[in-house]
Design a protein around this ligand. Structure first.
Ligand code: ATP
Length: 588
């Protein structure tokens, strides 16, 4: 596919704010792209070069891009920097500059018939893999060569891809809808495509298989080692009794609920890789967990699901989440391994000796896990009690709280209790101590705007505008503005922290009522945990917007609790969950 053809699709996507139109354009793009190009096309639409877990990093800062633009245009860097300030963005300048072709660029890019999608991908991958001495010069020259081979519009999009600023307004769910439309004329295939995507975490791979072998091929997509599986999520209820009704299983496993970070471990012989909830490779952060899995799991190959928790071995107690945050670092890891010891508490087994175990019932997965796991200083099996009544669940819950745990996760033991990747399933229900003491559970919301501070807060922000994620529409919808709960230092640091996500206008995929528009906009990136008193209906917020009644859901008296760096914006509390919580308030 010619890159110019893809660019014309990018322009159409960018020109619309309608999700439906976007889906139709993406369906057309899916049909037009070849089997060979479709994976790259998908990554590019999302502003990526490769699937997220592959951690492809171009390593291009603004300075290097300016230097590449200077090299390509024959101008000096000072001049280019000044123009960037005038034009506002690197991509706008890249489109405007005159960039002549030079024969010496031929060593980096072959372009006799114009750029193809494949050429742009190869160029970007070469930039990403350039390493060692002279790598910056190489990165800069490859980018200059690509820009010289491109026309005006192509240059703008190459620069956006290179700087991670694509922002076409299509999320991965809209892309899946586009594929579904292309094949069936409607969104009906989204669940099948989503299941495959959540199993392999590579949207390009799903698209390629769909083109090559149709839906039956997609249904055959299997788990593979070192490709993270999306973690299964838990539902919540308003009353403890409802757990028995919702989990229609005579036996319910009440597992201990730990307050740490979700980690999926892949063991391949002696190699162990750890993936976070955002599917990032965080192996280097936890050498102790790696060792625990390597020596404590008696299997050649396995994929485990669990929670890593800070642990005080002297006292024999788990520590709060805040402690674990000290382990979130790239440097001086060893020092913090000693200072903040952790334990990996494993609660599920998804893959064993070459086979997926996700379709085996929970008791079977658990029995296998028990067989292969030898507890050690860094590794243990989650505590669990099988219950047959709500009283027994409550006992387990109370006993967990006494031991400093957060509550229980109740899990179905029925014959259909399969592991559902990425799904918030009624087979797993959480019950936490807050549910008994507070009016509502906390929400994890995405910051999309801020109001300028007044009085004591002038010069900074007074509050941040927060949104929930609407999974169905693949958009962010507002729920509240949060101004309390931040410490003075946190408040002061907010503008700088959010600066990289600052936007001139409302980011696409954000739905905001005119009356709630903030002074500053931010693209959805940062997730915070917020506690409120009650969910109400309000004309000021768009969460689950009801056009007839002109009302959405809002959170009253919201309070900042903590940052949730381990959650992606799409992992924020969903609009559907908020609607559910609103209903539970009524019944509770
Ligand atoms: P959510 O995960 O539902 O989006 P959250 O990140 O705020 O919300 P919680 O509401 O505290 O998390 O509860 C769910 C999380 O609890 C799981 O995602 C998992 O990380 C963690 N967890 C702790 N213990 C267990 C367990 N025994 N089984 C399953 N999950 C557990």
């Amino acid at each position: 596919m010619k890159f110019s053809t893809l660019v014309s699709f990018f322009e159409r996507l960018q020109a619309t704010a309608s999700q439906i139109e976007m889906t139709e354009i993406l369906a057309e793009l899916f049909m037009e792209a070849s089997e060979d190009d479709i994976d790259t096309v998908c990554y590019f639409v999302l502003g990526d070069i490769a699937p997220g877990y592959a951690e492809v990093d171009l390593g291009l800062g603004e300075k290097t891009v300016i230097s590449a633009l200077a090299l390509a245009s024959g101008r000096d860097e000072e001049e280019v920097s000044r123009w960037v300030r005038d034009e506002g963005t690197l991509s706008a300048l890249a489109a405007d500059l005159e960039i002549p072709w030079k024969e010496e660029f031929r060593d980096y890019i072959a372009v006799d018939n114009g750029l193809r999608v494949e050429d742009v991908h190869d160029g970007l991958m070469q930039i990403a893999t350039a390493s060692g001495s002279g790598s910056m010069k190489k990165k800069k020259t490859i980018l200059a060569a690509m820009l010289a081979a491109a026309d005006e519009k192509e240059r703008s999009y190459i620069t956006r891809l290179a700087t991670g600023t694509m922002r076409l307004g299509a999320g991965d769910r809209t892309l899946l809808d586009g594929m579904s439309h292309a094949v069936s004329g409607s969104k009906e295939l989204r669940p099948v495509l989503e299941h495959a995507y959540y199993t392999c975490s590579d949207i390009g791979h799903v698209a390629k298989i769909l083109k090559q072998s149709g839906l039956s091929g997609v249904k055959r997509i299997r788990v593979s080692l070192n490709r993270p599986i999306r973690p299964m999520l838990t539902q919540r209820v308003g009353k403890l009794e409802e757990i028995m009704e919702k989990i229609s299983s005579a036996r319910i496993a009440a597992e201990e609920k730990y307050d740490g970070e979700r980690i999926e471990a892949h063991k391949d012989g002696d190699e162990v890789r750890l993936f976070s909830r955002r599917l990032s490779d965080i192996t280097d952060q936890f050498p102790d967990v790696v060792e625990g899995v390597r020596s404590g799991i008696a299997a050649q190959t396995a994929i485990l699901d669990g929670e890593v928790v800070a642990y005080d071995a002297g006292e024999g107690i788990f520590q709060p989440f805040q402690q674990l945050m000290h382990r979130r670092r790239k440097y001086h890891v060893e020092k913090y391994v000693a200072e903040v010891p952790v334990r990996y508490v494993v609660f599920d087994l998804l893959y064993l000796e070459g086979d997926s175990r996700m379709s085996a019932p929970y008791p079977e997965r658990r029995a296998l896990l028990k067989e292969i796991l030898t507890p050690s200083e860094f590794l243990t099996l989650s505590g669990m009690k099988v219950c047959t009544s709500v009283e027994e669940i409550h006992d387990a819950f109370s006993s967990n709280l006494k031991r400093g745990l957060e509550g229980v996760i109740c899990k179905s033991c029925a014959s259909d209790s399969v592991y559902e990747p990425g799904n918030r399933s009624w087979q797993w229900i959480k019950w936490k101590k807050e549910y008994e003491t507070e009016l509502t559970d906390t929400l994890d919301l995405v910051i999309i705007g801020a109001a300028a501070g007044k009085g004591k807060r002038s010069g900074g922000f007074g509050s941040v505008l927060c949104a929930a994620y609407n999974e169905e529409e693949d958009v962010f919808q507002t729920v509240c503005g949060v101004g309390t709960g931040f410490s003075d230092e946190e408040l002061e640091a907010l503008p700088e922290k959010l600066e990289a996500t600052r936007r001139e206008k409302k980011p696409s995929r954000c739905q905001v009522r005119k009356r709630s528009e903030p002074d500053f906009w931010f693209s959805p990136e940062y997730v915070i945990e917020v506690l409120g008193s009650e969910i109400t209906q309000s004309p000021a917020h768009t969460c689950n917007w009801n056009e007839e009644e002109k009302r959405g859901f809002a959170l009253r008296f919201p309070r900042f609790i903590r940052w949730r760096p381990e959650k992606s914006p799409e992992q924020a509390t969903s609009a559907e969950e908020i609607a559910q919580m609103y209903g539970q308030q009524g019944s509770g």
